[in-house]
Design a protein around this ligand. Structure first.
Ligand code: C2E
Ligand code: MG
Ligand code: MG
Ligand code: MG
Length: 297
């Protein structure tokens, strides 16, 4: 087997020796094998992106995002390693490791925050995980083990994962029955039919950042964002806007009636120590935090 690997590596060097790994997929097999080892060894870490209430500026939730640092190649982005984990069949193990770490961590933050100030946790699930019959039971088991109240968990599923058929519905219903809420991630890019949407057990629409990037103060630029926010209001769902990078985008989303948002304008995904500091500052300032954007009048 080792000899095979050496042969393949030599072949790759013959054909692609002049190219960097990843540019044409050369090196993917090794990278995938290394990922499997690291997932199994618990080497996936978690960063947390703050989600804020646009009207008050309060930190209301964090989204857990997986991080992988390859010993030789350095940090590998999720857009590379999540598909590799799916191919290798370890994306569920990866997701459960993120859920385990994040629920322990957020529970500690919840315990620091004053009574009445809940901190929600969003965790991403891959479409592949929806194929597991016991998914909801497995999620519940982690929550029981880490002592995390399921009512503070939001499970994010890419809209594209539920677009084609209704086979996701029973899973989503089971997760909801366990107390969690369901968010459709990257909403607006997954082509689910609107008829389909009203039949799925869903609580939150996450407006994809490409629609936030189009906001420019003109009607055309805000058309899709506005339509999604209205749709959510009519269906009594929450909206979280993704990828806010500019103050003007935060203001426009607030005026359109969007409640919650995340993006580099507020904070990038942060290591837990940095969120510790934010929580400390937020406890000191509470309840007199200045609003991030002027409240709607
Ligand atoms: P996502 O769930 O839509 O997460 C939001 C992504 O947008 C994150 O990328 C985040 O770093 C990035 N982002 C946040 N604010 C901004 C902004 O203002 N501008 C821009 N341009 N980007 C922003 P990240 O961490 O690279 O993750 C990419 C995707 O990988 C995630 O997209 C999610 O689909 C997937 N992913 C990450 N962690 C996990 C995981 O634990 N499990 C699974 N199944 N998927 C994960
Ligand atoms: Mg997400
Ligand atoms: Mg997203
Ligand atoms: Mg997105």
């Amino acid at each position: 087997h080792r000899a095979d690997q050496a042969m393949y590596a030599a072949k790759r060097n013959q054909t692609h020796g002049w190219q960097l790994w990843g540019v044409d997929g050369a090196g993917d097999d090794e990278l995938r094998a290394d990922l499997v080892v690291d997932v199994e060894a618990g080497q996936i870490s978690v960063v947390y992106q703050p989600i804020v209430d646009l009207r008050s500026g309060d930190l209301v939730a964090v989204e857990a995002l997986a991080r992988w640092e390859h010993p030789v190649r350095g940090p590998v982005p999720p857009s590379t390693f999540i598909p590799l984990a799916e191919e290798a069949g370890v994306v569920h193990a990866l997701g459960m490791s993120v859920l385990d770490q994040a629920t322990r961590q957020v529970r500690r933050w919840q315990q620091r925050l004053p009574e009445g100030r809940a901190l929600q946790l969003s965790v991403n699930l891959s479409a592949h995980q929806l194929e597991r019959p016991a998914l909801a039971a497995e999620v519940t088991e982690v929550l029981a083990r880490t002592g995390f109240d399921p009512r503070h968990l939001v499970v994010e599923i890419p809209e594209s994962a539920v677009a084609d058929d209704e086979s996701a519905a029973p899973h989503l219903a089971a997760l909801r029955a366990a107390g969690a809420r369901i968010a459709l991630d990257d909403f607006g890019t997954g082509y689910s039919s609107l008829r389909h949407l009203t039949r799925l057990p869903v609580d939150v629409l996450k407006l994809d950042r490409c629609f936030v990037a189009e906001l420019n103060g003109e009607a055309e630029g805000s058309a899709v964002a506005e339509a999604v926010i209205r749709l959510a209001q009519v269906l009594r769902l929450e909206t979280i806007a993704e990828g806010i990078e500019l103050p003007a985008q935060a203001t426009e989303l607030t005026l359109l009636g969007c409640r919650n948002a995340q993006g580099y304008h507020f904070a990038a995904p942060l290591p837990p120590e940095r969120v510790d500091e934010l929580i400390g500052a937020s406890i000191e300032a509470w309840p007199h935090l200045p609003p991030v954007v002027p409240p709607r009048v």
